[in-house]
Design a protein around this ligand. Structure first.
Ligand code: NAD
Ligand code: LMR
Length: 338
């Protein structure tokens, strides 16, 4: 419903009943953790997305201010704020897409797995809300450690009897964004012309860039391959160290999250050939979850592509990635089944 707007004026409190707005078709999107370092620029960019008609901003702190601020932008999406767990259900009801950057970020010296104890519980609570209020929504999970939080969300949705593996996606888009940027630098190209698939997961050696499959095709020296693989795998740590205790990647992550959310919305709209990497329930390897290229459509993930031909360097990397991934996945599943 259109809101009743209230404003202090010289003569007291004035109330205006807004007229109903016509012709606003589009998707309903919720951001959980919307007042955080990622959440705020993500909210700003989603407010600018013409595919979004309603934007719900949920957090346990500070959403009134963020919502008031963003709601003044003269773009199409209507913005509503929700504060604290009592308002979680209202924030989620009716949503087509739920983006989750809620949770604590790393400080220097920490691994993503060090965030598990706090973030696992947050993701569990939010997943229970999704199961209850919008079980058909597409979920874009950003909270770390992604390699464990996606399995947690899957288990919670299973418990609630509403698990659809096509609708749950761990966001690994930032690894692709970094890979494209660093590769373009080495090749002397515009990053927008470069496409590097990044598979596996989202932590250290589980981040496996397939440099042999870069588009446009190119040959790299051994030094270039070593440099690029290490820089892409440690891109998150590079930012954590540069921020020196003030958090991890937020701006590039918001950019990557919006790029990925936009692809999910285009898929929901029925656009053809929407393909990007994501960490999803998968049968591409023997592991129950894996990041690889997926095709997005009206039901979320419509198709998962195989890894394609790997060179020896990538085959060795894949084995390392699978070993670490297996234990991170198991940790998430065990937590959620407790
Ligand atoms: P932040 O601390 O700046 O913001 C997190 C927000 O989550 C805060 O506003 C906080 O109030 C909110 N929050 C905490 N508990 C909540 C709950 N129960 N419900 C709703 N909101 C809650 O952190 P950030 O820098 O925005 O990072 C958020 C998460 O994203 C971290 O776990 C970080 O590691 C992860 N991350 C992932 C990627 C990726 O590529 N997937 C990239 C960067 C960061
Ligand atoms: C990243 O890759 O930037 C995020 O996962 C945040 C982090 O902790 O590195």
């Amino acid at each position: 419903d259109p809101p009743n707007l209230q404003m202090e004026s010289g003569s007291g409190l004035e109330q205006v009943k807004c007229r109903a707005r016509g012709g606003s078709s589009g998707f309903k999107v919720a951001i959980l953790g919307a007042a955080g370092g990622i959440g705020q620029p993500l909210a700003l960019l989603m407010k600018m997305n013409p595919l979004v008609s309603l934007l719900h901003l949920y957090d346990v702190v500070n959403t009134p201010g963020v919502t008031a601020d963003i709601s003044h932008m003269d773009t199409g999406a209507v913005v509503r704020g929700f504060l604290g767990q009592k308002q979680l259900e209202d924030a989620l009801t009716g949503m087509d897409l739920v983006i989750i950057p809620a949770g604590v970020p790393r400080k220097p010296g920490m691994t993503r797995d060090d965030l598990f104890n706090i973030n696992a519980g947050i993701v569990k609570t939010l997943s229970e809300g999704i199961a209850k209020c919008c079980p058909k929504a597409i979920v874009n999970l950003i909270s770390n450690p992604v390699n464990s939080t996606v399995p947690i969300a899957a288990e919670i949705l299973k418990k609630a009897g509403c698990y659809d593996p096509r609708r749950l996606l761990g966001v690994t888009m930032l690894d692709v964004v970094r890979a494209n940027t660093f590769m373009a630098e080495v090749l002397g190209l515009d990053p927008r012309e470069v496409d590097v698939p990044v598979v596996g997961g989202h932590a250290g050696v589980t981040i496996l860039p397939l440099l042999s499959q870069v588009k446009p095709p190119c040959s790299l020296t051994t030094e270039e391959v070593n440099y690029l693989t290490s820089r892409i795998q440690n891109g998150g740590t590079e930012v954590v160290e540069a921020k020196a205790g003030a958090g991890s990647a937020t701006l590039s992550m918001a950019y990557a999250a919006v790029k990925f959310a936009d692809l999910c919305l285009r898929g929901l709209r029925g656009d053809a050939s929407i393909v990007q990497c994501a960490f999803v329930p998968s049968q591409v390897t023997e592991l129950p979850f894996f990041a690889s290229k997926v095709r997005l459509g009206r039901n979320g993930v419509e198709e998962i592509y195989p890894l394609g031909p790997l060179n020896e360097y990538e085959r060795v990397g894949l084995e390392k990635a699978k070993k670490e991934l297996a234990s991170s996945i198991e940790k998430g599943v065990t937590f959620a089944r407790k």
